[in-house]
Write a protein that binds this ligand. Structure first.
Ligand SMILES: Cc1cc2nc3c(=O)[nH]c(=O)nc-3n(C[C@H](O)[C@H](O)[C@H](O)COP(=O)(O)OP(=O)(O)OC[C@H]3O[C@@H](n4cnc5c(N)ncnc54)[C@H](O)[C@@H]3O)c2cc1C
Length: 265
């Protein structure tokens, strides 16, 4: 049986973007009391796992590190068809950079061994470092392919995937167990169904804290994060209106020149 782990991040709901505030001291994004939704690319990651489960015997475990409210996102994954949910939640995990996040996730993945495949989104919509997947692979000493847009061969333990590469793609052979990060081109995530929501009620979400993971406090959260955001500033965008005069031909020529000078065309 394929044991698949999908890492799912709960990110601030973009519909309440005005409520999102950056902590002026830690320069991190407090998520305790803002509505959270599933990171968009993690829907593609879960969909990939669900499609594999349709073809082969497989078990899908969701691992999400976040505040207690992130449990709703894990529940959504269970309603979409995942088998088990693990929410890594502890105040000690807060303020983690990509390194500390990947370390914590890797420790949780280790507890689910033997694992065949770890699927992550290519990036999150809030942090967007794109480091977490490759760093999980490094901590677990597994091969990784990033930006997977197509799974070409998924039989046995030697798979072939196509992954984005500089406007084209590369075909990569991959030996399982492995980590992949996926792009939105991989699939079209399915919508929630009522039967899925009802079935999810009987599925368990495990809550794991620092003690359960059994890792030292100094290697997680803000303390375990080697990167620090030292300064942040808001970009000011200004709009200008310029009325073009002359005949249609002259206006078109002026427009092309202005766009060309601005580096747009
Ligand atoms: C304003 C601001 C600035 C920041 N600057 C930095 C910085 O300079 N350096 C730095 O390292 N971090 C920084 N962060 C850290 C930030 O907290 C990241 O969100 C966090 O480290 C996870 O990395 P990511 O979101 O970039 O993940 P990505 O690597 O972009 O995400 C890829 C995938 O990893 C998985 N994943 C990521 N996070 C989780 C999670 N919590 N639970 C489960 N799966 C997950 C998902 O599958 C996701 O699709 C910053 C955050 C904020 C708000």
């Amino acid at each position: 049986m394929l044991n698949i782990i999908v890492c799912v991040k709960a990110v601030p709901d973009p519909r309440v973007a005005d409520k999102i505030k950056i902590d002026p001291v830690t320069k991190s994004l407090p998520r305790l009391d803002i509505p959270l939704v599933m990171n968009p690319l993690d829907k593609n990651a879960l969909e990939a796992a669900l499609q594999l489960k349709k073809k082969y015997e497989a078990s899908i475990t969701i691992i999400c590190m976040g505040p207690p409210l992130a449990g709703n996102v894990v529940r959504e994954c269970l309603a979409l068809g995942a088998d088990k949910g693990i929410l890594l939640t502890d105040r000690a995990f807060a303020g983690a950079d990509a390194y500390a996040t990947a370390y914590t996730l890797a420790k949780a993945i280790e507890k689910n061994k033997p694992v065949d495949l770890v699927i992550c989104g290519m990036s999150s919509s809030d942090g967007a470092t794109e480091w977490v997947g490759p760093e999980i692979a490094t901590f677990l000493d597994l091969p990784v392919v990033t930006m997977v847009r197509e799974i070409v061969i998924d039989e046995g333990d030697e798979w072939v995937v196509n992954a984005d590469y500089k406007g084209g793609y590369r075909k990569v052979k991959l030996k399982l167990p492995a980590v992949i990060t996926v792009t939105r081109n991989l699939n079209k995530p399915r919508p929630l169904s009522l039967s899925g929501i009802l079935k999810a009620r009987n599925k368990e979400i495990l809550e794991w804290n620092l003690e359960k993971l059994g890792i030292p406090r100094e290697s997680i959260g803000l303390e375990g994060s080697p990167t620090r955001v030292t300064k942040m500033f808001q970009l000011k965008s200004q709009r200008q209106v310029q009325i073009l005069e002359g005949t249609l031909q002259e206006k078109v020529e002026q427009l092309v020149r202005i766009l060309s000078d601005a580096g747009v065309v």
